[in-house]
Ligand binder design. Structure first.
Ligand code: SF4
Ligand code: SF4
Length: 139
């Protein structure tokens, strides 16, 4: 199994530092890969990353919710191809500014299927930059 980062990720980067096998990588280019991604072939399922995420964006693969019920106010962030146009500006774990251009805030009680986000983690390492994303920085 592996753990999965979902579209609730707002590039806080706090999860990266606790991963004992350094398999969490920032997505680049952001227009295509706006989250951080977990290499499923390297993840050892330790779960250490989960409590580090302030947005509760990380799940064991078999627990990614297909009916995530929003608390209200949380963001989903998606690739540019999604057509979402909401802007998000925040501060990451290191106090650096994070700007995302394709987001949407969820309404309280809104139900969202996050299982569609599973494949992106694998794709980033098979079709995207994978570990080379580290060279581009976390912002
Ligand atoms: S801590 Fe959460 S928001 Fe930050 S990069 Fe990791 S998954 Fe994304
Ligand atoms: S579950 Fe453990 S090994 Fe897997 S990404 Fe999270 S911290 Fe890394």
């Amino acid at each position: 199994m592996t753990y999965i980062i979902t579209s609730l990720c707002l590039r806080d980067s706090g999860c990266v530092e606790v991963c004992p096998v350094e398999c969490i990588v920032p997505g680049h280019p952001r227009e295509e890969y706006p989250w951080f991604y977990i290499d499923p072939d390297t993840c050892i399922d330790c779960g250490a990353c989960v409590p580090e995420c302030p947005y509760e964006a990380i799940f064991p693969e078999d627990e990614v919710p297909d009916a995530y019920e929003a608390k209200g106010g949380e963001y989903v962030s998606l690739p540019a191809s999604s057509g979402l146009s909401g802007a998000y500006t925040g501060t990451n774990h290191h106090g650096e500014t994070v700007k995302l251009a394709h987001t949407r805030q969820l309404d309280a009680g809104e139900v969202v299927d996050l299982t569609a986000d599973i494949q992106a983690n694998t794709d980033y390492f098979s079709k995207g930059m994978g570990y080379s994303g580290n060279d581009k920085g976390r912002e």
